[in-house]
Write a protein that binds this ligand. Structure first.
Ligand code: AMP
Length: 286
């Protein structure tokens, strides 16, 4: 069933909750791939009702970003949702999500100051504003987000806890193409050469883990190992490479416990992100 009206979505979910049903929510911007579908299958498997939202949220795109170009493939997305076992798709229009007079902005401090928050001013307040609205409308028992957008996952977890919504936020591992490229709707912007060049991101993560394989080491050594791989790729331009504490996202000086290496690079027309848990003395985890 496709629901476009937020009011109807709210009434339905309140009814499910009154009936004692659990609700799983998977927010997306559509153009579904296996990464999204992994979240949906999990939501369908552990809840009585699973809902996907499909909404390209204008508030999380900057003025010079790809809101207009973002791939919209609604019919194929519906088929994908069905194949993942989802009963309900919430697909509001922009004016339904943000009716005339809407003037609330939800802002999470600290966690949003670095990484993509520094590179994309206003992006995270756009994300948290739409996710807060989705969480409040649907009141899911559990909401599913990918570690692909690692900072986003931490920001949404924090916001949901801070607002006391009683929703369990579940992070899911990054789904990759067979050659290591993290799946992303933005991979479609790449031509064949750029697609090949984009592999430097996952290679950089492997190089970072190799740099940590001998045990504790400075964060700079990890970051340099990753940055060197990207710098060697002529079609890629580094935005940031940063080893951070996995919960607070504060940059680490020294890797003596697991850290999250987060990176962003521009490859041709696409800005791509990737990340991995780096464990001193360990091998590459997702
Ligand atoms: P998006 O449609 O890009 O906003 O993504 C919707 C959700 O899917 C977010 O929670 C993303 O983190 C997640 N996601 C996107 N790509 C992947 C991937 N390759 N692996 C796992 N989750 C992903």
């Amino acid at each position: 069933m496709v629901i476009c009206d937020p009011q109807i979505m709210r009434e339905l979910s309140r009814e499910w909750l009154r009936e004692g049903k659990t609700i799983g929510l998977v927010p997306t911007m559509g153009n579904l791939h296996e990464g999204h579908l992994s979240l949906m299958r999990r939501a369908a498997s552990e809840n009585d009702i699973a809902v996907a939202s499909i909404f390209v949220n204008p508030k999380q795109f900057g003025p010079n970003e790809d809101f207009a170009a973002y791939p919209r493939t609604f019919e194929a997305d519906l088929a994908g949702c069905r194949s993942a076992g989802l009963e309900i798709v919430f697909a509001p229009t922009g004016s339904a999500m943000y009716p005339t007079g809407f003037c609330t902005r939800v802002e999470v401090d600290e966690l949003t100051s670095g990484l993509c928050g520094a590179a994309r001013p206003g992006h995270f307040s756009g994300v948290t504003t739409v996710v807060a609205r989705l969480h409040c409308l649907i009141l899911p028992t559990r909401a599913y987000y990918g570690e692909k957008d690692y900072q986003q996952l931490q920001v949404i977890s924090r916001m949901t806890e801070d607002l006391g919504l009683g929703i369990e936020v579940i992070g899911m591992p990054i789904v990759r193409e067979s050659d290591g490229l993290a799946m992303s709707s933005r991979n479609q912007y790449l031509d064949a050469d750029e697609r090949q060049a984009a592999l430097c991101l996952s290679r950089a993560l492997r190089a970072a883990q190799e740099a940590a394989a001998g045990g504790p080491v400075s964060a700079a050594a990890i970051e340099d190992a990753a940055a060197d791989v990207i710098a060697d790729e002529p079609l890629a331009k580094i935005d940031y490479v940063s080893l951070v504490d996995p919960r607070s996202l504060v940059p680490m000086a020294y890797l003596d416990e697991p850290g999250r290496l987060c990176l962003a690079a521009r490859v041709g027309p696409a800005r791509l992100i990737d990340n991995a848990l780096i464990v001193p003395g360990g091998s590459l985890a997702s």
